[in-house]
Design a binder for this molecule. Structure first.
Ligand code: 15L
Length: 281
């Protein structure tokens, strides 16, 4: 049985994957926030991946890494820099040092969010990030490409739409992915024997999809869900949104400077910032 490290394990996607992968892999869960592992095949290691020693410690001896840890929405540059640029570099470099070849990296629909909604895009399009967050995801894709070409590592880059038990609004009807479909894609990323560097879209088999996901299908992805089943209900409660956001696939990320963040700055950083400010006075 493979040992798989999941970073950012306390987040939404991490929680879905824990449930979907129970009994399938030995899970080494990690996050900077505490988490109670279920025991048995689950263990937990607390870590802050913006520190290299932590990244080195958690990546030792695993077969594959699902690197979910990071800042997951648009927000101020500093936490994005720490978590998604420095943290991502630390994880890929630590994997390299520890001889872990296989990484599944959940990038995001926001790496290509400035494509219009009337366009269908595939895995070969040039990135068009819609936010600083989107740029940080493009950084992860580029770093993975470098580590694949230069160091022979293997990456599945999943440009995730929105993982949720049900699609929550009109935009998400096009980018929704159910927990079992995202688990299927991540498992392909862990298992597929011929992955070197691949980009796929993390979406269910949605009728209203903006993506040509043939690269995922080529790798064996057969989505079980389609958001269309929820469309009447979702559209009935939809309210008109920002006209610019409505034009582009990334929606509100294309206009907002901040989107509410479920994962704020770690306490130690918030504290030390407050201390610095107090010293200056
Ligand atoms: C993302 O990349 C975010 O991580 C997630 O929280 C959602 O905002 C999602 O995109 C989305 O576009 O709905």
């Amino acid at each position: 049985m493979k040992t798989v490290l999941i970073t950012g394990a306390t987040g939404d996607v991490g929680s879905h994957l824990r449930r979907e992968f129970a009994g399938k892999y030995k899970l080494r869960l990690s996050d900077r926030r505490p988490l109670k592992p279920a025991g048995g095949l689950e263990t937990f290691v607390r870590a802050d991946i913006s520190r290299m020693p932590d990244a080195l410690r958690i990546t030792k001896g695993v077969d594959a890494i699902v690197h979910l840890g990071g800042y997951s929405v648009e927000g101020p540059w500093e936490p994005i820099l720490q978590a998604n640029i420095i943290g991502c570099y630390n994880m890929f470099q630590a994997a390299r040092v520890n001889g872990v070849k296989r990484i599944v990296f959940p990038t995001s629909n926001h790496a290509t969010g400035f494509y219009r909604r009337d366009q269908v895009i595939d895995h070969c399009v040039y990135p068009r990030p819609d936010s600083r967050y989107g740029v940080s995801k493009v950084f992860g894709e580029a770093l993975g490409s470098l580590y694949a070409d230069k160091y022979g590592m293997q990456f599945l880059m999943i440009r995730i739409g929105n993982v949720n038990p049900e699609p929550i609004d009109k935009r998400r009807l096009s980018i929704w992915v159910s927990p079992r479909d995202i688990a299927q894609l991540v498992a392909i990323g862990i298992e597929h024997p011929e992955i070197r560097f691949e980009i796929v879209y993390g979406v269910s088999g949605n009728t209203r999809s903006w993506y040509d996901n043939s690269n995922a299908e080529r790798l064996g992805y057969r989505p079980k869900d389609n958001s269309e089943a929820y469309a009447p209900e979702v559209l009935a409660r939809e309210k008109p949104g920002d006209p610019v956001a409505e034009l582009y696939q990334g929606g509100i990320f294309c206009v907002a400077e901040e989107v509410p963040n479920p994962a704020p700055l770690p306490r130690r950083k918030a504290k030390s910032k407050a201390k610095r400010r107090a010293k200056k006075k």
